[in-house]
Each structure stands twice: as structure tokens, then as C-alpha cells.
Design a protein around this ligand. Structure first.
Ligand SMILES: Cc1cc2nc3c(=O)[nH]c(=O)nc-3n(C[C@H](O)[C@H](O)[C@H](O)COP(=O)(O)OP(=O)(O)OC[C@H]3O[C@@H](n4cnc5c(N)ncnc54)[C@H](O)[C@@H]3O)c2cc1C
Ligand code: FES
Ligand code: FES
Length: 483
């Protein structure tokens, strides 16, 4: 099967590459094919940020910049986008970019291996904040750098550099020119041809027709799970079907009853939409991977992949979200927890895709908490995740809805614990009863993240934490709770 041409904008110019195989990663393309070795390879699994590059995309008439991990991104996924690497920051005469000046002035690099990745995350922040006339807060700097690891410098000087980038005269890109070139790439003549090894349709109808005709093609979204299968399990797909350019799957809409999130909406945008009506979710959203993974990975990919330790599903189950599945045969909708039939298995037919996640809007009296317990606070996978939505009326639990991760082969709803809470007075005695029920409801396994006993114990503790927070206590630490 022929490989399609790959078109993107780099250094302000249109670039066309031929014969790029479907599972070639962007990092391989940069370093091995184009000799752009400033972009480094560290872990090759999205964890360290050494390979970070920035992608520019036309959205609402302007350029949006996203720092992403090039190691787990397929090369063809940058078709129609603008690309910047660490080699593109300094001016042609060698004058350093303000990002580089700030890193230098703050002594924010020692061995320097991580520095190109940090510089690119900072470049994304510079474009989105400083070039828009905004200051960079410490929190924004921490978030932007959440996917970059440094083993020797220490983070304080790097964070200081992030906040000082605006101290140098602003270096602005010629965005009008880049946007014009991106518009050229969006014309039908440049669209990916059919019957090629990498297909990236732009409408749902095209996607569903391809899915039905070629069910053997590997479906990918942000590739933050699939990229690891390619790099670590050495999977080589003859054909890839990329759904991230399908307009309908990238839409977010809402009405009084529901928030609808297209399956190809990135985790960054999906969490922003969820946070708009439930601001307390921000802290949880920041615990999901690091910013570059959230900028590539999609909500639909997390749900469809169905990992038992995936983080969005316990939350979505607690919120009573439904999923919409689409195929050439039509649409169907089901509760999210009914999607799963076993370990990474689901009810989706070979010609179906997950198209939307539909989340009920908060009702008055909602008390919502979601807790992620992992070995590291930053950029780590859950050992246990518990999401609880309560509706309290006159000190009674009118409704309880609980999603749990890390305790079974799939993300699950804690039905017995919900029943133990429903229509009960919201008192310590009810909570004690519910804690015991929750600890006994599942038989979690022991693995490298946590033992079975730990998982059961911590689940109950989290419920006690929720009780204390419902009584107005803030920041209840697990260490202060009874086992
Ligand atoms: C460093 C790192 C940290 C991570 N941290 C976390 C974390 O904290 N919490 C967490 O939950 N996950 C984490 N992940 C896992 C991953 O980022 C998420 O699961 C992400 O949401 C996957 O989305 P994606 O778009 O990248 O999916 P992809 O990798 O593109 O696809 C994953 C699977 O879903 C299928 N798929 C994708 N979209 C659809 C669709 N619309 N319809 C049908 N099937 C579809 C694909 O065919 C594939 O089988 C992490 C990953 C990395 C690399
Ligand atoms: S090489 Fe470590 S994140 Fe890509
Ligand atoms: S400077 Fe050495 S890893 Fe960051």
C-alpha cells in the first residue's frame, strides 16, 4: 500500500515529504530522516519531555500552539500543521530567542540534555501567553512544564526563567503568513489520498465509510497509548486510520441538560470544558499525565482504550456520562460503564467508533469529589481512583453515584456502595457503613503500583476524606485518616 505525502509548515515554509511509513514517529522523522537532532530522545514513551516540539494549528481564525511529545506522535499526524523544534528558536543571525535568553540568565541548565524539551514547552507558553500580552504566573509555568523532567538543574531556576521570558523584547512570528500557508494545506488538492497507508479523514461520514471498508486499519487518535505499542512493543501497522481531523469529533457543545464532548477533543480542551461548570475538577485534571500528553491525548482515546486505571472513566461514571457510538449503520448511546465487557474489551463493533461523550450538567446540591492515588503526585498513573457524586437534601443522601478505577479489570460503578448511601442520613454512621461496603465490593489485584489490601484500605479512607470535606474540612490528608 503506498504511503501518502506528508505536508506541513516548518520555518515558515511549506514542506512536502514522500514515502513516510504510517508508524514512523515524529521523533524518528526529525532526528533520523531530517537530521534535526536538537530534539532529544530520552524515554521514548512520553514520560520525560526531552523530545518536546510545538505544533501550530489554525483554530477560530488564529494560531493555537501546543507542546507535544514527538516520540509518541506519528509523523503523519502533523499533516496540515506548523512545526517548531528546538532548532528553530534562535534567529538566523544567532540571536537567542527570549526563551533561550531567560534559561541562560537563570542558569537553568546543567548537563543540558533536558533543555531543548524545556525550551519547547516554554516556547509554547511564550506564544500562548507572552505574545498575547499576558504575564506568566507560577501556576501556569508549573503546568506548562509538567511533562518535562530535569535530573540535575532543579526546577526553581527553570520556573524563574518561565516567568522572566517577557523581560526581553517580544519576538513575534509572522502568524498571518503561517495561517495563509496552513489554509493552502487545507485545500482538497492537498488532502490525503484514499487507499494509502495513513488515512486522516475530515468528516464523520468519511471516517465511518473507511472504518467499515477497512476494519483492519489501526484506529488512532492522539496516539499517547498507541505510540507506546509502536515504540515499546514494536508494533508495526500496515495501515493507520487517524480520526483527529474529523470536524464532528472535535466539537464541544452544551445546553442546559448536557455537555457533549467529541471523542477527538484533546484532554486539555475536554478538561477545560468539564471545569467550566465544575471548577473543582481543575486539581484532578492537572494530575492527568503532563501537559504535552494532555495536548495530544483525547478524551475518546482514554475511554475507548478502557484501561482499568484510566483516570477520566471513574469521574465520567460518577457523573452518569453516556457514550455515543457511530457506524455507517447509525448511532447508539449507552451508559459509559456499559461500554466495557472485560480487560480492555468493549462492546464496540469492528465498524464502530466512539463519537461523543455526553455528560449531564451539575444539578443543584451536587457534592462532587474525585481522588487519584498514585506513587508520584506528578505525571503518574493511578493505583486507585475514586469519584463520588452525591446529591444531599436536608442531610439525606438523595442520590449517590460512584466510579472507581484500579480495583477490577475495567473501570467500574460501585453499585453496592451507592445502595448503602442512597436515602440514608448523611452521618458518620452511614459513612462507616459505606466504607465497609466499598472495601468489600471489589477484589483488586496486587501489582507493582499497590497491593490488593492497600487498594481496599485506601478506598475506604477516601470515602472518610470525602465525609470530612463535606463537613467543611479542607485538604484532608490521607495520613490523618483511620485505616
Ligand atoms: C506519559 C504518559 C502519561 C499518561 N498518564 C495518564 C494518566 O495520568 N491517566 C490516564 O488515564 N492515562 C494516562 N496516559 C494514557 C493516555 O494518555 C490516555 O489513555 C489518553 O487519553 C489516550 O488517548 P489518545 O487519544 O492518545 O488514544 P490513542 O493512543 O490514539 O488510542 C488508544 C486506543 O483507543 C482507540 N481509540 C481512540 N479513539 C477512539 C475512538 N474515538 N473510537 C474508538 N476507538 C478509539 C485506539 O484505537 C486505541 O486502541 C498516559 C500516557 C502517557 C504516555
Ligand atoms: S523521549 Fe521522553 S517524552 Fe519523548
Ligand atoms: S540539565 Fe541535566 S537533566 Fe536537566
Amino acid at each position: 500500500m503506498p504511503h501518502p505525502d506528508l505536508h506541513f509548515v516548518h520555518r515558515g515554509e511549506l514542506v512536502t515529504l514522500h514515502h513516510v511509513p504510517p508508524t514512523r514517529t515524529l521523533l524518528q522523522l526529525l532526528r533520523d530522516d531530517l537530521g534535526l537532532t536538537a530534539t532529544k530522545e530520552g524515554c521514548n514513551e512520553g514520560d520525560c519531555g526531552a523530545c518536546t516540539v510545538v505544533l501550530g494549528e489554525r483554530r477560530d481564525g488564529r494560531l493555537h500552539y501546543n507542546a507535544v511529545n514527538s516520540c509518541i506522535r506519528l509523523a503523519h499526524s502533523i499533516h496540515g500543521l506548523a512545526l517548531w523544534t528546538a532548532q528553530d528558536l534562535a534567529a538566523a543571525d544567532g540571536t537567542l530567542h527570549p526563551v533561550q535568553q531567560a534559561l541562560l540568565a537563570n542558569h537553568a541548565s546543567q548537563c543540558g540534555f533536558c533543555t531543548p524539551g524545556f525550551a519547547m514547552s516554554l516556547f509554547g507558553l511564550y506564544q500562548n501567553q507572552v505574545c498575547q500580552g499576558q504575564r506568566v504566573s507560577r501556576e501556569q509555568a508549573l503546568d506548562a512544564l509538567s511533562g518535562n523532567l530535569c535530573r540535575c538543574t532543579g526546577y526553581r531556576p527553570i520556573l524563574d526563567a518561565a516567568q522572566q521570558m517577557s523581560s526581553w523584547p517580544t519576538v513575534a512570528l509572522n502568524e498571518a503568513d503561517i495561517l495563509a500557508k496552513l489554509a493552502l494545506l487545507a485545500t482538497p488538492e492537498r488532502a490525503l489520498a484514499p487507499d494509502v497507508s495513513y488515512q486522516s479523514p475530515t468528516t464523520l461520514a468519511e471516517l465511518l465509510a473507511l472504518r467499515a471498508a477497512q476494519p483492519q486499519a489501526q484506529l488512532v487518535a492522539g496516539c499517547t497509548d498507541v505510540g507506546l505499542w509502536v515504540n515499546k512493543q514494536h508494533k508495526d501497522f500496515a495501515q493507520v486510520l487517524d480520526l483527529t481531523r474529523v470536524a464532528e469529533l472535535r466539537q464541544i457543545s452544551s445546553n442546559e441538560a448536557h455537555l457533549s464532548i467529541g471523542a477527538a477533543v484533546t484532554l486539555t480542551d475536554a478538561f477545560a470544558a468539564l471545569e467550566a461548570s465544575r471548577p473543582a475538577l481543575h486539581a484532578f485534571a492537572m494530575r492527568f499525565a503532563g501537559a504535552p500528553v494532555r495536548n495530544s491525548g483525547t478524551l475518546g482515546g482514554n475511554v475507548a482504550n478502557g484501561s482499568p486505571i484510566g483516570d477520566s472513566m471513574p469521574l465520567l461514571i460518577a457523573l452518569r456520562a453516556r457514550v455515543e457510538l457511530a457506524s455507517v449503520r447509525g448511532l447508539r448511546e449507552l451508559p459509559l460503564e456499559s461500554l466495557y465487557t472485560g480487560y480492555r474489551q468493549n462492546v464496540m463493533a469492528a465498524d464502530e467508533v466512539l463519537s461523543r461523550i455526553i455528560v449531564p450538567q451539575p444539578a443543584p446540591g451536587e457534592f462532587l469529589r474525585v481522588y487519584k492515588v498514585s506513587k508520584r503526585l506528578e505525571d503518574d498513573i493511578s493505583a486507585v481512583c475514586l469519584a463520588v457524586q452525591l446529591h444531599l437534601k436536608e442531610d439525606q443522601v438523595a442520590q449517590a453515584s460512584i466510579g472507581v478505577g484500579g480495583v477490577a479489570a475495567t473501570p467500574v460503578r460501585a453499585r453496592q456502595t451507592e445502595a448503602a448511601l442512597r436515602h440514608q442520613p448523611w452521618t458518620p454512621a452511614t459513612v462507616d457503613e459505606a466504607m465497609a461496603t466499598l472495601r468489600g465490593e471489589f477484589q483488586p489485584i496486587s501489582d507493582m503500583r499497590a497491593s490488593s489490601d492497600y487498594r481496599r484500605t485506601v478506598l475506604g479512607n477516601l470515602l472518610q476524606r470525602l465525609w470530612r470535606e463535606s463537613q467543611g474540612e479542607a485538604d484532608v490528608s490521607l495520613e490523618t485518616l483511620q485505616a
